[in-house]
Design a protein around this ligand. Structure first.
Ligand SMILES: Nc1nc2c(ncn2[C@@H]2O[C@H](COP(=O)(O)OP(=O)(O)O)[C@@H](O)[C@H]2O)c(=O)[nH]1
Ligand SMILES: [Mg+2]
Length: 216
């Protein structure tokens, strides 16, 4: 019985996600669903990326959090159109929440939309919201056992940013182990080693985005 109920929820979500996808296509918007555990660096990456792309793409942002408008305020201070969704307890964004946020964004003036999902290593990967790509951040401070313990998100993502590499001297984390395990789960995934604090490694990420965004 439970299985049927969950099946129906996911089907309904997928239907709305397809409608979102049609809206994105109609407006020529390339969409990334950014996922990670809380604190891995999603908002920091967005701040860096907005500056790094330096107006080459017109960026919009949807912020998902259980509570507060703090992340939206960080993005708005950079002059970027942003909508905050507060899920009020839900551990992920779904397609319907994103649909409602779209009416608050100037869609005609956006060509790359980042959706910062709720911090959680499991649920966000189960709900499509109409994105072109799922992108994941794992900070090296979270430990190198995470890909095997939380495989779905790594399997669903087209890119993985290993963030906080400036902390490598201070934490026990093998980047080689992460790379090997992730390659086993998802051979096609693109891995970037970055620091949103120092800016290291981010140029490759910006280039990847520009290539993807032009195709999308
Ligand atoms: N040392 C270090 N700290 C970082 C880096 N990226 C983000 N942080 C810090 O990690 C914390 C969480 O970052 P935030 O972007 O808010 O993560 P989010 O919860 O995934 O959006 C903040 O205190 C950031 O300053 C990094 O590359 N290196
Ligand atoms: Mg955030």
């Amino acid at each position: 019985m439970n299985v049927k109920v969950v099946g129906r929820i996911l089907q309904a979500n997928d239907r709305i996600a397809s409608e979102n996808r049609a809206i994105f296509k109609e407006n020529g918007i390339y969409v990334l669903n950014l996922m990670s555990a809380p604190g891995a660096g999603k908002t920091s990456l967005l701040e860096r990326t907005i500056q790094g792309l330096n107006g080459k793409k017109k960026i919009g942002v949807i912020e998902g959090d259980i509570a507060t408008h703090r992340d939206a305020e960080r993005i708005a201070s950079l002059g970027i159109p942003v909508v905050q969704i507060n899920t009020g307890g839900a551990c992920h964004l779904d397609a319907n929440m994103v649909r409602e946020a779209l009416s608050e964004l100037p869609l005609k003036d956006i060509d790359m939309l980042f959706i910062e999902n709720v911090g959680n290593l499991v649920c966000p990967a189960e709900f499509n919201v109409g994105e072109d790509e799922k992108v994941m951040i794992l900070s090296i401070a979270e430990g190198d056992d995470k890909p095997l313990k939380y495989p779905l998100m790594f399997q669903e993502s087209s890119a993985l940013l290993l963030n906080k590499i400036d902390l490598l001297p201070y934490v026990d984390c093998s980047i080689e182990k992460i790379r090997d395990d992730v390659a086993g789960l998802n051979p096609g995934i693109r891995v970037f080693e970055v620091s949103c604090k120092t800016g290291a490694g981010l140029d490759d990420w910006y280039n990847w985005l520009m290539v993807k965004g032009c195709r999308g």
